[in-house]
Design a protein. Structure first.
Length: 445
């Protein structure tokens, strides 16, 4: 406890870190406040039916990603999901379309162009999702709730157009908040915004599970303890997955600089078992939510009726396959064996028993392929654990934290953020957050 208090004091001693933390917290407060601002023209007291219908199932997962804004008919109802969908499309184009592949190789200028394209595509997606969301709102709440239509004489068409524009502005503002957090705050802004929505729901889900087990004959206190113990081990497994690495030895040859001799030192390249972090989960979940657009956010209609049952076999099978595919895809985007080989060669390093150049690239690429396979399978298994937990009797609300998208995003984002805080502490010669050494995270390489 003393160590923890001392670390907190050290954090606030660093002026830049203190400013970044305060800035991040203020923007998060702005986001959370906006999640409860109802769309103009809708009576907030008549949203009970919409809120109750967005607590479970696939729509409940979307509501969690938006921090409850989806069920509140908020100006932030669509959240960052349109931006994530647009990012998926742009990154896929970067693999299959030569023009986008060229932009990826242009460095900072290419990144800015792709970010601008992502924003424009986000607006196009919102133009599709916005009217679908408004149709769902009309179906879920009584007609008397639409004050603008009943009292101001607006037509439903005009009200939906204005509301879609407001939803568009809300999503773009949330995206802007995320970018500001990334640039001037701590952690990845978009991931933090998603995580905050998940954290906001966790206490209610845990309290509901405790009340259900203690107030009914559904297992009682003993089963509750067993559930919490299993949940603890799932959290530990998720942390281990995010932090696990395969270390590749690199030998640096002797060099003479001035009158001093260097070299003969063996170091290691830490290749992450899960180099993609939580992004495969977010991308796969965004695609699984896509059919809801065409069913007006109703998981019992159309294609969503088949894929919308998150406890069903087909949903979990497709979700598992998408996670494996996106893990390989995102690892290929973030880890470049050619660049690593050139960097080693430039610094006078080599992998013992492997020739520099093409052989080193092939060796590193082979290792990444081998370690990514079990990492992606383990990631997929943890992602579908909520369905298994629900079948075994865990309530729907708490089961979503029993692995799955919620837990993995929570673990990954928290570790990344803590790693950034620790880097500031170590640069100022303070002890890190862990007594036994540095905190590992996704960006450790």
């Amino acid at each position: 406890m003393k160590k923890f208090i001392e670390t907190i004091k050290n954090i606030f001693k660093i002026e830049e870190l203190r400013k970044r933390l305060v800035y991040t917290l203020l923007l998060i407060l702005v986001y959370r406040f906006g999640c409860f601002v109802v769309l103009p023209g809708i009576d907030a007291s008549m949203l009970a039916n919409l809120q109750s219908n967005t607590q479970e199932g696939l729509v409940g997962l979307l509501n969690m990603f938006s921090g409850g804004a989806f069920g509140n008919a908020s100006i932030f109802a669509l959240g960052v999901m349109p931006y994530i969908s647009a990012s998926i499309v742009i990154q896929l184009l970067g693999v299959f379309v030569p023009y986008f592949r060229k932009l990826q190789m242009e460095g900072e200028s290419g990144r800015k162009k792709m970010n601008q394209m992502t924003r424009w595509l986000t607006i196009i997606i919102i133009c599709i999702q916005g009217p679908a969301y408004m149709a769902a709102v009309h179906n879920q709440i009584p007609s008397a709730a639409f004050v603008a239509v009943n009292q101001l004489g607006w037509s439903n068409f005009m009200f939906n157009i204005v509301s879609t524009i407001i939803l568009m502005a809300g999503s773009m503002f949330v995206m802007w908040l995320g970018e500001r957090i990334t640039d001037r705050g701590i952690g990845n802004g978009i991931s933090l915004i998603i995580m905050i929505g998940i954290v906001a729901r966790l206490p209610y889900a845990l309290l509901a599970e405790v009340q259900e087990k203690l107030s009914t004959n559904n297992g009682g206190l003993l089963l509750l303890i067993v559930e919490l113990v299993l949940w603890f081990f799932v959290v530990v497994a998720a942390i281990a997955l995010v932090q696990a690495v395969r270390r590749v030895p690199v030998q640096y040859a002797k060099r003479v600089i001035g009158n001093r001799q260097y070299g003969g030192v063996r170091q290691y390249i830490p290749l992450k078992i899960n180099a993609a972090g939580v992004m495969p989960i977010i991308f796969a979940q965004a695609l699984m939510l896509f059919p809801l657009i065409f069913s007006r956010w109703d998981a019992t209609r159309g294609l969503a009726a088949t894929l919308g049952n998150y406890r069903g076999f087909w949903y979990n099978l497709i979700f598992f396959i998408l996670i494996v595919v996106f893990t390989y895809f995102y690892t290929a985007v973030t880890v470049n064996p050619t660049m690593m080989s050139e960097s080693m060669k430039r610094d006078g390093g080599f992998i013992p028993g492997v020739k520099p150049g093409k052989k080193t690239v092939e060796y590193l690429d082979g290792i990444m392929s081998k370690v990514t396979l079990p990492g992606s399978i383990f990631l997929g298994i943890i992602a579908i654990l909520p369905a298994i937990a629900t079948i075994l009797g865990v309530s729907n609300a708490f089961a979503s934290f029993y692995g799955g998208t919620s837990l993995l995003i929570l673990v990954g984002v928290v570790l990344d953020t803590l790693q950034q805080v620790e880097s500031y502490l170590l640069m100022r010669h303070y002890d890190g957050l862990m007594k036994t050494g540095r905190l590992s995270g996704r960006s450790g390489m």
